[in-house]
Design a protein around this ligand. Structure first.
Ligand SMILES: [Zn+2]
Length: 434
């Protein structure tokens, strides 16, 4: 027996529907092979300018007898041709089939695809050198994600049970939201399916085949939750192992000089300008590193209350920023779009105030620079009195500030994920009935 890895990317359309994970699900059924491990849903660099969607690719890891690589490729190619939304200009499918162990260079390609903007030629070269079978359609950009998914190394894993209807079905999705809210409470190892304020987050609003996706830490519990949801028209489900909500896209960055456009960074910095709202609802401030370089940070309207928390920052606060780097354009400087911020050491906030009058208790007033203070009540002048520095209580404390669930991206790791013990990743990974 040998292992086969089938990577697929960029087959769907944000506007016209489909979903690369659905294609993976159909292919799992058609290939009729044993799973070597759970199929993987791999999120890649969220800051790729032309990828406005979740930038998710899939990899099926299968076991079969030796020498069936061509057959696997032929069946996969057929599924891509049949199900991809070729008419969307943004849809440029890629397929990679690799037999045996994944070469280190392909693992390295995955890690770079989380942080960098890679080019198709490099993917083509690496796939050829790795003895993979591959095909890219149209501008072939999907080869990058397909190869990166094959190279994925999941150290942190979360799960998503995705429940599909038929790809033909474009009508409204029939999923009972009340049953989701109830099930979420009964399955505490699941998360990000219902927001804290009771909004259902796990039903995509696009015309895709996904009825709903249940995210969780324990695959069996996520599957149990999915089976408790009232819905109509289930065609199939897949339990994906994912890098979602693991911060896999975040790179530790030493200083501002080494920040690259389109990467996602984590860096210790000092607030160097007071936060302010611009264009109404977006919050901006600058931070400095210890070399004295400076970069702008932004939190946008959809992050809601996160902006209000950040607006309490003052110059001198030591923080750790987490966010995606947007390159400068004609109108805007480079910005770190903040995903979350850890307050490491809040600065002391002082207010300078005049002392009370020693004679009558009224407040002393200033007579001008270099002049002694004079009482506003009894006019007493006292050259020995000095202005007072008062430490003001701050609402900010050490710890993490993060936006509400609506603003989370796929890779965003919230500060509190459900705690589970040792996770058993074995068990069923796809089927037709829940
Ligand atoms: Zn007085």
């Amino acid at each position: 027996m040998t292992r086969y890895h089938v990577g697929i990317d960029c087959t769907d359309s944000a506007t016209l529907g489909m979903c690369t994970t659905y294609l993976g699900a159909v292919l799992l059924e058609r290939l009729k092979l044993k799973a070597a491990s759970h199929p993987e849903l791999i999120r890649l660099n969220p800051n790729i300018p032309w990828k406005t969607r979740g930038n998710g690719a899939v990899c099926l890891r299968l076991e079969g007898e030796e020498g069936i690589r061509e057959e696997i490729f032929r069946i996969s190619e057929q599924a891509v041709k049949e199900l991809s939304v070729f008419e969307d200009p943004q849809t440029n499918p890629g397929l990679v089939v690799l037999e045996g162990d994944v070469p280190n260079a392909v693992n390295g390609f995955y890690h770079r695809a989380l942080h960098e903007v890679l080019d198709t030629q490099e993917a083509v070269r690496l796939a050829s050198n790795s003895n993979a079978l591959f095909r890219g359609w149209k501008n072939r950009r999907g080869l990058i994600g397909a190869l990166a998914a094959v190279g994925a190394e999941l150290t942190d894993i979360t799960n998503e049970v995705v429940v599909y209807r038929s790809g033909e079905d474009k009508g409204p999705k029939v999923v009972d939201e009340a049953s989701i809210i109830k099930a979420a409470l009964e399955h505490p190892s699941t998360f990000f399916n219902v927001s804290r304020d009771g909004k259902v987050l796990c039903i995509p609003r696009s015309p895709c085949p996904v009825l709903f996706g249940i995210r969780g830490m324990d695959p069996k519990d996520a599957l149990a939750m999915a089976s408790n949801i009232d819905t109509e028209g289930i065609e199939r489900w897949v339990l994906w192992a994912t890098n979602q909500h693991t911060d896999a896209h975040i790179e530790e960055t030493r200083d501002i000089r080494s920040i690259r456009d389109h990467s996602s960074i984590r860096m210790v910095a000092m607030v160097s300008s007071p936060p302010r709202y611009e264009r109404g609802s977006h919050l901006f401030f600058e931070v400095d590193d210890d070399r004295g370089d400076s970069i702008r940070c932004g939190a946008y309207e959809p992050t809601k209350g996160f902006r209000k928390e950040l607006s309490e920052l003052i110059v001198g606060d030591a923080i750790r920023i987490f966010g995606g780097v947007r390159s400068a354009d004609n109108d805007n400087p480079r910005v770190v779009n903040l995903e979350k911020v850890e307050v490491l050491s809040p600065a002391r906030k002082v207010e300078i105030t005049n002392p009370p009058c020693p004679r009558c208790g009224a407040k002393m007033g200033s007579m001008g620079k270099g002049q002694p203070l004079r009482c506003k009540g009894c006019r007493h002048v006292d050259p020995s009195l000095k202005k007072l520095e008062i430490t003001v209580m701050r609402s900010i404390q050490k710890g993490m500030m993060e936006p509400p669930e609506d603003a989370w991206r796929h890779l965003f790791k919230p500060s509190s994920l459900p705690e589970v013990g040792t996770i058993d990743q074995s068990g069923p990974y796809f089927g037709n009935r829940l």
